[in-house]
Write a protein that binds this ligand. Structure first.
Ligand SMILES: Cc1cc2nc3c(=O)[nH]c(=O)nc-3n(C[C@H](O)[C@H](O)[C@H](O)COP(=O)(O)OP(=O)(O)OC[C@H]3O[C@@H](n4cnc5c(N)ncnc54)[C@H](O)[C@@H]3O)c2cc1C
Length: 382
C-alpha cells in the first residue's frame, strides 16, 4: 500500500534565530517570582526534544511560580529525533485505540493551532493511502474504520476517479483521503517551544548530559550530576521528568526506573518525488535494525515497489530527502511496544517517559498535557 503526503509546494523555513544559544539562560523579562538559586529547581526535565520542551511549557503555563529547568546534552534544542523526521503532521488514522490514537488526534489539532499562532511554516496538504488490489481494499476499509473510530475528521474513501482528481499521477482502485494530514518542520517547532519556556520564566541548560541521579530521602530531592557533557556540575530538583527519546531506557534505569521496556534504534528513510525541481510527493519506507545504519537505499529498488501506484515514475525523479533514527521500545517478550509508556517509580518524585513513539512530534502538545495531568498532584505539593 502506498502512503503519500501530498506536497504542493516547498516549505519556506522562517528564521527564528536558531543560531542563538540558549545555554543556561533564564528569561530576564519575567516578573514572576522564582524559587531557584541557579542550581536548585522545583522541576527538572531531562531531554530538550520536542516532548521535553512542550512538557516544560505546559507545566509553566499551569504553574506560573514553578522554578523549572530543562537539561539537554546537545548544544541546541531538538537536535535528535525532533529535527530528523519526515515532518508529517499525522491525523491519527492508523493507530489502534489507546493513548497513541487519542494523543495523536488531539495533538494534531493543537499543533495546527500552535503553528498558526506562532507563524511557523506548515502546509495542510492532505494524504492518500492507496490500494491497488482487492486484497488491499479490505485492509484500506479497516484503516478507514479505525480512523473514523479515532475521531479523525474529514476522511473520505475515493474510487479511482477520485484519486486522479486529487493526484493525477497516482493510480489505484481505492484510496483513503485524509485532508488534515500536513507537513511542517518539527525542529523549528521544538526551538519555538524552547523560547516559550524561557519567556515563561523557565531555564534551559544546554550541553548538560545528565549522567547520574541521586535520590535523597530526607530532603525528598534528586541530585542530577553531569560529569561527561561540556557542562559539569549538579542540579537539584524536587521533581524529575525524563523525556530522553533514544536514551529513555538508559536514563530511566539510572534514575530508579524499571529495566523494561528497552529501546532499539531503527533507521528510517524518507524520500521525495521531484517534479520540475519541487518536491511533489513525500514517499516513505523504512528498514529495521542497527546494521542498516550505514547502508543507503537503492532508488531502483524503491521505484519497483512504487510502479503499481505511479506507472509514469522515473528513477531520477526520486530524491533522497533524509533519514533519522527512531527510538523503538521493545518489551521483555521482544515484541514492539506500540503505545506510550509513562513510568513512575514508587515513592520517588520521578516520572519517566519510557516510550514516546511516532507520531510524538505531532502529538507533543497533547503528550505535554498528559504528563502535566499525571504529575499534577505531586507538583501541587512542591
Ligand atoms: C525518521 C523518523 C521519522 C519520523 N517521522 C515523524 C513524523 O512524520 N511525524 C511525527 O509526528 N513524528 C515522527 N517521528 C517521531 C518523532 O520525531 C519523535 O517521536 C519525537 O521527535 C520524539 O521527541 P522526543 O522529545 O521524545 O525525543 P528526541 O527528539 O529524541 O529528544 C530527546 C532529547 O533528550 C536528550 N537526551 C538524551 N539523554 C540525555 C541525557 N542523559 N542528558 C541530557 N539530555 C539527554 C537528547 O539529546 C534529545 O535532544 C519520526 C521519527 C523518526 C526517527
Amino acid at each position: 500500500m502506498l502512503v503519500s503526503n501530498l506536497r504542493k509546494s516547498v516549505i519556506k523555513p522562517i528564521n527564528i534565530g536558531t543560531t542563538r544559544r540558549l545555554y543556561c539562560s533564564s528569561s530576564s523579562t519575567t516578573t514572576k517570582q522564582r524559587r531557584s538559586d541557579g542550581n536548585t529547581f522545583d522541576v527538572a526535565i531531562v531531554g530538550g526534544g520536542i516532548v521535553g520542551v512542550a512538557t516544560a511549557r505546559e507545566l509553566l503555563m499551569r504553574n506560573p511560580n514553578l522554578s523549572l529547568v530543562v537539561l539537554e546534552q546537545e548544544s541546541e534544542i531538538g537536535m535528535q529525533q525532533s529535527s530528523h523526521n519526515s515532518g508529517v503532521i499525522h491525523s491519527g488514522i492508523y493507530y489502534k485505540p489507546g493513548a497513541r490514537a487519542r494523543l495523536c488526534t488531539q495533538g494534531c489539532r493543537l499543533m495546527y493551532e500552535y503553528l498558526e499562532r506562532n507563524k511557523l511554516p506548515y502546509e495542510r496538504c492532505g494524504k492518500l493511502i492507496v490500494a491497488t488490489t482487492e486484497e488491499e481494499i479490505a485492509k484500506l476499509e479497516m484503516i478507514f474504520k479505525r480512523g473514523v473510530d479515532n475521531g479523525v475528521e474529514g476522511l473520505e474513501m475515493l474510487d479511482s476517479e477520485g484519486i486522479k482528481r486529487i493526484e493525477p499521477h497516482v493510480s489505484g482502485l481505492r484510496a483513503i483521503y485524509s485532508p488534515n494530514t500536513g507537513i511542517t518542520d518539527f525542529g523549528l517547532v521544538a526551538k519555538q517551544l524552547g523560547k516559550d519556556v524561557q519567556s515563561l520564566g523557565g531555564t534551559i541548560k544546554l550541553n548538560f548530559k545528565a549522567d547520574e541521579f541521586d535520590y535523597n530521602q530526607q530532603s525528598n530531592t534528586i541530585t542530577i550530576k553531569s560529569g561527561s557533557g561540556a557542562i559539569t556540575g549538579d542540579v537539584v530538583a524536587k521533581f524529575l521528568i525524563t523525556c530522553t527519546g533514544l536514551y529513555s531506557d538508559r536514563v530511566a534505569v539510572k534514575s530508579y526506573g524499571a529495566e523494561q521496556p528497552k529501546i532499539v534504534p531503527f533507521r528510517d528513510i524518507y524520500e521525495w518525488l521531484m517534479e520540475s525541481g519541487l518536491p511533489k510527493l513525500a514517499l516513505k519506507h523504512w528498514r529495521r535494525g542497527v546494521d542498516e545504519f550505514v547502508r543507503d537505499v537503492s532508488p531502483a529498488a524503491f521505484l519497483k515497489t512504487l510502479t503499481p501506484y505511479m506507472p509514469s515514475l522515473k528513477v531520477d525523479q526520486i530524491e533522497y530527502a533524509g533519514s533519522g533514527v527512531r527510538a523503538q521500545a521493545l518489551g521483555s517478550d521482544g515484541e514492539i511496544v506500540e503505545d506510550f509508556v509513562f513510568d513512575q517509580p514508587p515513592n520517588k518524585p520521578i516520572l519517566h517517559v519510557r516510550n514516546s513513539p511516532s507520531p510524538s512530534a505531532t502529538a507533543s502538545l497533547a503528550i505535554a498535557k498528559e504528563i502535566a495531568n499525571l504529575s499534577e498532584s505531586k507538583i501541587k505539593q512542591l
